[in-house]
Ligand binder design. Structure first.
Ligand code: SF4
Length: 413
């Protein structure tokens, strides 16, 4: 797709063929920024690159690809491949595979259906065959892991890690100890040894903390350069790349360093600062890239994220313990209130005009959180829009795009 054709994306969803079109378009839009183009290249090659490397002998595992998993896996010499990124290759055919072959009800979450169909298509192809689950995710995904185990994948699904809001003291210490054991079990599943090289893990924790600081700086510089990095590019860089480095830690860090240099030398455009509508994104990283395009075209700037890199790993304790404590001290510890605190802080930091709450059709779990957040922020006088979309490729519905456009235009007025 050429950049000229892509300008018709919003309002004409039939023009969109694939998520690759959006990435190609985003590269064309950012032709002034070698760093952003490199980050988009890394995103584009994440899954194919990991599968190529696996076939060439480098270990890799399908996993959530966020929270503590990437630091641990890299320390064990294994590439973490976020299975959520497979949604980009899914289509309506994938929905049918999940429904017809695996009997998933039509109304089930499209993310799970896409993922299971992608794993199905890879059966007996010699690609990555280990699945690292997380029982805290949701029941539909737990079901998917069990089905794939029966199909021949090697599955490790760790126990639920959840910290209710009031849990402190001895109970919290028990959770941390329990999680350390789980981490060692995971190491044994991956390497055959119930141990982790602490010096390698320490290096990975330091790399993560360094990148968290750099991404905070990127987000800070975006306040004065709100339109330099468009919505799709920052979502992929932050919500995906910061978690797992797209499977290529060194290349990712080099691209972030380059981006910082670009942002630091870019002059501030006072007109942009007067017209910008700062928004906070409080959803998962969907594959409906047209939603991000709609935000840009309506004049919004997605400057804050629910997954803001606000918290670093502790470096004053043994590294395995640092992983376990990070799980329970972070916004992903379970209760929706933890994530709400992050959104609240982002809204305050940016003086945001609105919040975009986004989730997938068929997800009863996240929709409850989103509704609670919507009510909370409405009571505080912050405008919110609560959107539901699908996970497989293709254009977002015209209704979703119209609602986003109307929301951003309302904030502008
Ligand atoms: S969107 Fe909801 S149902 Fe779907 S995988 Fe995520 S938590 Fe599970």
């Amino acid at each position: 797709m050429t950049s000229g054709a892509a300008l018709k994306l919003v309002g004409e969803p039939e023009d969109i063929v694939s998520q690759s079109d959006y990435i190609a378009y985003s590269k064309a839009v950012h032709d002034y920024s070698p760093a952003i183009k490199k980050l988009l290249d890394l995103s584009e090659d994440y899954v194919p690159g990991a599968e190529r490397a696996f076939k060439a002998g480098h270990p890799a595992v399908w996993c959530q690809g966020f929270n503590y998993q990437p630091a641990l896996l890299y320390a064990l010499g294994v590439t973490p491949v976020a299975y959520s990124e497979m949604g980009r290759y899914s289509s309506k055919e994938d929905m049918l595979i999940a429904e017809d072959i695996y009997q998933f009800p039509v109304e089930s979450c499209s993310m799970v259906k896409c993922t299971i169909a992608q794993w199905h298509k890879r059966l007996n192809t010699g690609t990555i065959n280990k699945l690292l689950g997380n029982a805290s995710s949701c029941e539909p995904f737990n079901l998917a892991f069990e089905i794939m185990r029966k199909q021949g994948y090697d599955v490790f699904n760790n126990e639920v890690s959840y910290r209710p809001p009031a849990v402190e003291g001895e109970r919290l210490e028990q959770l941390v100890d329990f999680t350390i054991e789980q981490i060692l079990d995971l190491a044994e599943w991956l390497t055959g040894k119930r141990e982790v090289d602490e010096s390698r893990l320490d290096l990975e924790i330091k790399r993560k903390n360094r990148l968290l600081i750099k991404l905070r700086r990127v987000l800070e510089l975006r306040r004065t350069h709100p339109f330099y990095m468009k919505t799709l590019a920052i979502i992929l860089t932050s919500n995906v790349g910061l978690n797992n480095y797209f499977g290529k830690p060194q290349a990712y860090e080099e691209a972030i360093d380059e981006l910082l240099l670009e942002l630091e030398k870019e002059p501030v455009n006072e007109k942009d600062l007067k017209t910008v509508i700062p928004l906070v994104w409080a959803g998962g990283t969907g594959q409906e890239f047209g939603v991000y395009e709609a935000i840009d075209q309506a004049g919004g700037a997605l400057l804050g994220l629910r997954s803001a890199p606000f918290k670093s790993y502790r470096e004053d304790i043994p590294p395995i313990e640092a992983l376990a404590r990070f799980i329970y001290d972070n916004s992903a510890a379970g209760a929706g209130v933890y994530a709400r605190h992050v959104i609240d802080a982002e809204v305050e930091r940016l003086k945001a005009r609105g919040i975009i709450l986004y989730g997938y059709i068929g997800c009863s779990f996240a929709s409850v959180d989103r509704e609670m957040w919507r009510r909370y922020f409405h009571q505080k006088g912050i405008a919110c829009i609560n959107l539901e979309g699908s996970f497989q490729t293709g254009a977002p519905t015209g209704q979703v795009l119209t609602r986003i456009k109307a929301f951003v235009e309302m904030l502008a007025a």
